[in-house]
Design a protein around this ligand. Structure first.
Ligand code: HEC
Length: 136
């Protein structure tokens, strides 16, 4: 009897683990972990007019199709995506560091393309600066 009960407990644990994993696969909760060295990376490009203007032109060319012109995640291509690209005007995005935005843009994941090798680091920082202007 005792043995049977502990078998039930083990089974329950297995079920809980599997449902946690499948939740992750379905994209319900999947934190995007950024390595500390990027999180604390200092933005080397000043947030001045020139940088924001350059960032805007690049953003419209490369990013707006998914992320939307005003960063709400409602670009024309967004409908065909499995994952929501995020709302750049909200706190969840704006509370991240510049380094986190830089890392995610440079390396991407899943449907978020990586721009490493396509855009220079300086241009990625220009876009990071521009995307700050979406703040509500
Ligand atoms: C093909 C569609 C697509 C394009 C083009 C695209 N993205 Fe994304 N982006 C996504 C998706 C989808 C996610 C969410 C990915 C995830 O959470 O796994 C995302 C996530 C992000 C994030 C993280 C958002 C957050 O809340 O943490 C940043 C930053 C980002 N994109 C920047 C950019 C920039 C800058 C460009 C243009 C250079 C760009 N993206 C182009 C689809 C796209």
């Amino acid at each position: 009897m005792r043995c049977y009960r502990s078998f039930l407990v083990v089974e329950l644990i297995i079920i809980i683990c599997f449902s946690a994993i499948s939740l992750n696969i379905n994209g319900q909760s999947k934190p995007w972990l950024v390595p500390d060295e990027y999180k604390t990376l200092k933005n080397p490009v000043a947030k001045d007019k020139t940088s924001i203007k350059t960032g805007m032109a690049l953003y419209i060319k490369y990013c707006a199709s998914c992320h939307g012109k005003t960063g709400l995640g409602n670009g024309v291509k967004a409908r065909g995506l499995k994952d929501f690209p995020g709302d750049f005007s909200g706190a969840e995005y704006q509370n991240q560091t510049d380094g986190e935005h830089f890392y995610k843009t440079k390396f991407g994941r899943n449907e978020m393309p990586k721009y490493e090798g396509k855009l220079s680091d300086e241009d990625i920082w220009n876009m990071v600066n521009y995307m700050r202007t979406f703040k509500k």
